[in-house]
Design a protein around this ligand. Structure first.
Ligand code: B16
Ligand code: MG
Length: 217
C-alpha cells in the first residue's frame, strides 16, 4: 500500500450513527421554544457544528429574537440532553464493518485518525471502546474552521506525519467530502452517490470497503 499511508475517518455517520440522538435533543429544544422540524430537515445538520446547527434550526422556526448569550444557553441545554443519551452508548452501536476496516488498515501499516466536528468525540470513542484504534484524534475542540475548510483533516495528516496526498478521508457529509478535496486528499463517501458526487468513490458503509479498493483510488 505505497500510495496510501493514512486513513482519516469522520465519526458521526461513518463510525457510529449519533444523528438520531442529535435529532432527539434538537427536537426537544425546538419543541420547548414552540416549533418543530422534521427528520428530513435534520439531514442538513450532519457534519455541521453545534452552533451552526442551532442557527439553522432557529431559522426553520423563524426565531429571530435570540441574543448570542441566549444561543449559548440553548446550545448548552441541547448538549446536556445529548450527552446524557450518548453516555449510555455501547460498542454494539459501532456501524457494521467499521472496527474491522480500521483494524485491517492498522494491520497493513496504514495510520488511522479521527477527523470530526463533534466536541463530544472523546466521550463517544470511549463509550465505543475505540480510543486505542486511532493514532490521532482531531475534533471540534481543536479546530476553528468548520468543514468544508480542510483544517480538521490537515491537522490529522500533520499529527500522523503523512502528506495530505497520501491520506484518504472517509466522510458521510457533503461538506466533509469537500473538506477532504480542499485539503488535497482522496475522499471515500459513505452514503449516497447522488449526494456525495465529489468523492473518488462512494460506498454504503465501511462493511463494503476493502484495502484493495484503497489501492485503486
Ligand atoms: P457536537 P461529525 C458532527 O460530527 C455531527 O455530524 C453533527 O450533527 C454535529 O452537530 C457536530 O458533529 C457537532 O457535534 O455538538 O457533539 O460538538 O460528522 O463531524 O463526526
Ligand atoms: Mg459525519
Amino acid at each position: 500500500m505505497k500510495n496510501i499511508q493514512a486513513c482519516i475517518f469522520d465519526l458521526d455517520g461513518v463510525i457510529v450513527d449519533t444523528a438520531v440522538y442529535h435529532y432527539k435533543a434538537w427536537k426537544r429544544l425546538a419543541n420547548d421554544i414552540g416549533f418543530d422540524f422534521t427528520e428530513h430537515q435534520n439531514e442538513q445538520l450532519k457534519g455541521v457544528s453545534r452552533i451552526a446547527s442551532l442557527n439553522l434550526i432557529l431559522g426553520w422556526g423563524n426565531v429571530t429574537d435570540k441574543t448570542e448569550a441566549d444561543k449559548l444557553e440553548l446550545a448548552t441545554r441541547k448538549n446536556e440532553w445529548y450527552t446524557e443519551m450518548i453516555s449510555k452508548m455501547t460498542p454494539a452501536e459501532i456501524l457494521p464493518g467499521a472496527r474491522e476496516f480500521v483494524q485491517s488498515c492498522r494491520d497493513a501499516g496504514i495510520k488511522t485518525a479521527i477527523g470530526s466536528a463533534s466536541k463530544n468525540t472523546p466521550t463517544i470513542l470511549a463509550k465505543l471502546e475505540l480510543l486505542s484504534f486511532f493514532d490521532a484524534v482531531i475534533d471540534g475542540n481543536s479546530v476553528t474552521n468548520p468543514k468544508p475548510d480542510p483544517e480538521v483533516f490537515l491537522k490529522g495528516a500533520e499529527a500522523l506525519h503523512v502528506a495530505p496526498s497520501a491520506c484518504v478521508v472517509f466522510e458521510d457529509a457533503i461538506a466533509g467530502v469537500e473538506a477532504a478535496i480542499n485539503g488535497g486528499m482522496k475522499a471515500v463517501g459513505i452514503g449516497s452517490p447522488e449526494l456525495l458526487k465529489e468523492a473518488n468513490i462512494v460506498v454504503s458503509g465501511l462493511d463494503k470497503m476493502t484495502l484493495e479498493m484503497l489501492e485503486e483510488l
